[in-house]
Design a protein around this ligand. Structure first.
Ligand code: F0G
Length: 475
């Protein structure tokens, strides 16, 4: 469903603008151009709104009525259904492919693994998006803005999901050409196949994601290409709606915890902004705590926030420990390294925004090993809808926080499952395999020693009696 909804405009766009998040700068810019950092001070920008002059529903329940208008593509979209909470575009210019039809699943099987009381663990399954990950929530907003500006080319660096999403929006809407930058050998086949199949120009850099990110920013600047990475504040507007849908599924009750994997930190930043705005607008009366989970092999946020005490500090971030750590990584050739390739990132571009979200949501950061990620993933597979490795970091992180007593068994916890199971089947097959060589080659060599929750296939001769006997033995 790719349609615009012409002539339904109710939102005036001069009430939205871009604003620097640095309180000592606070420079603002209109929405008629894209800034991926503040031209004055270099900090990140937000999309900000003149809420007093905008019409926002008085109660979040008003959004529910939108479900009755499902033939309208703007109402069908799980992102644009909340248009009044991301009103940077008139309705007539919205681009949608039907993103955001996602589910909050309550699961006691996974809850037990995490250590929760019955009924308290929920999984927000973003793998149901058109390109199979949460990225579509933000991509529809970025492509909408790019199209408003008349962009004919859009680019991103990606560990795979952003590129799949961009490629899908470009192929499905025909509005612009997708150019994607990926690191060599760093992207799962599921995601790479999407970008290639959807016809994106795919540029493979001899380096990792952090290298590709630096290059794409340079190239986008040089060639005037619209950049859709999460330094794009319009993209993050779309990602706020993941939290709106979580609240909606909980009958507008705010949970105690939101647990999310952290890579480039766009999602966690967007969640923080969502709650800041809902609170400011008086639409919620309390804010959930935020837990951001790094993979141990890509744990810059954990290192800075938990070990070096770096805080948002009302916008006055102490930059010295950040610089020191980045220098340390450079000098020692430290590169991100995790089987959860989606979050294999050591230089998260949204670090400061994410620190703001952590401060506002009284957040914590944890790191989890690849072993913990794969075990959690197997539990999600057997007790939920399944997910790709990076997504399971949220469940593995919730388990650690539960063990530490930071999360109580009676808390209501939402773990965000960011990507579809089929995005990255290599680790899944190796985890469940009976072939020890395959296990060793794929997982053992990366420090995973056991597959405690493996569901191994049984080998049987091609004889009816043997097959029947085997089934009776196991099921
Ligand atoms: N989970 C999945 C499945 C992802 O693809 C990503 C990021 C994250 C979590 C982390 O989200 O960056 O907002 O902190 N993937 C990006 C990409 C980097 O290029 O697809 P984040």
């Amino acid at each position: 469903m790719i349609q615009s909804a012409k002539d339904q405009s109710s939102i005036k766009t001069d009430l939205a603008f871009q604003r620097c998040i640095n309180p000592d700068c606070g420079a603002s810019y209109d929405t008629g151009q894209l800034h991926t950092s503040c031209p004055k001070c270099g900090y990140l920008l937000d999309v900000a709104y003149d809420w007093d002059r905008l019409e926002v529903p008085k109660n979040l329940r008003e959004f529910e009525a939108r479900w009755s208008e499902r033939t309208n593509p703007v109402r069908f979209s799980g992102v644009w259904r909340f248009h009044e909470l991301l009103p940077f575009v008139p309705q007539s210019e919205i681009v949608t492919v039907g993103e955001g039809q996602t589910l909050l699943q309550q699961t006691d099987a996974v809850g037990k693994f995490v250590g929760m009381d019955a009924g308290q663990l929920h999984l927000q399954y973003e793998g149901m998006n058109p390109s199979g990950s949460f990225k579509d929530n933000g991509m529809c907003a970025a492509i909408t803005h790019a199209n408003m500006l008349g962009a004919k080319r859009a680019a991103c660096a990606s560990t795979g999901n952003t590129s799949a999403s961009l490629a899908l929006y470009c192929s499905a809407t025909r509005l612009m050409k997708a150019i994607i930058f990926i690191g060599s050998g760093k992207i799962s086949y599921g995601k790479l196949s999407q970008a290639l199949d959807y016809g994106a120009l795919t540029v493979q850099i001899a380096g990792d994601f952090d290298d590709a990110m630096i290059r794409v920013r340079q190239v986008a600047q040089e060639l005037g290409i619209y950049l859709v990475n999460s330094v794009n504040p319009f993209r993050l507007e779309g990602q706020k709606t993941i939290m709106f849908r979580v609240l909606e599924a909980l009958r507008w009750e705010v949970p105690d915890w939101i647990v999310v994997p952290g890579g480039n930190l766009g999602n966690s930043s967007a969640f923080g902004k969502a709650f800041m705005e809902l609170k400011e607008l008086g639409l919620i009366d309390r804010v959930p705590r935020l837990a951001i989970i790094n993979a141990a092999g890509a744990d810059t946020l954990y290192e800075l926030h938990e070990r070096r005490g770096v805080r948002w500090n009302g916008g006055h971030v102490n930059l010295d420990p950040i610089r020191e750590y980045m220098d340390y990584m450079d000098q020692n050739g430290i590169k991100a390294d995790t089987l959860a390739s989606a979050i294999e990132i050591n230089r998260p571009v949204n670090l400061k925004k994410c620190l703001r979200a952590l401060e506002f949501c009284d957040g914590v950061v944890r790191q989890v090993s690849d072993q913990e990620i794969l075990d959690a993933k197997a539990m999600v597979g057997s007790g939920g809808f399944g997910c790709e490795p990076a997504s399971a970091a949220s469940v593995a992180g919730a388990k650690i926080l539960r063990r530490e007593g930071v999360i109580a068994p009676s808390d209501r916890v939402v773990c965000v499952l960011t990507g579809h199971e089929l995005k990255d089947p290599t680790a899944t097959v190796a985890y469940h395999t009976t072939d020890q060589d395959l296990f060793n080659e794929t997982l053992g060599s990366r420090g995973v020693s056991k597959a405690s929750f493996a569901n191994k296939a049984i080998a049987v001769p091609n004889e009816l009696d043997d097959i029947i006997k085997a089934i009776q033995l196991y099921a």
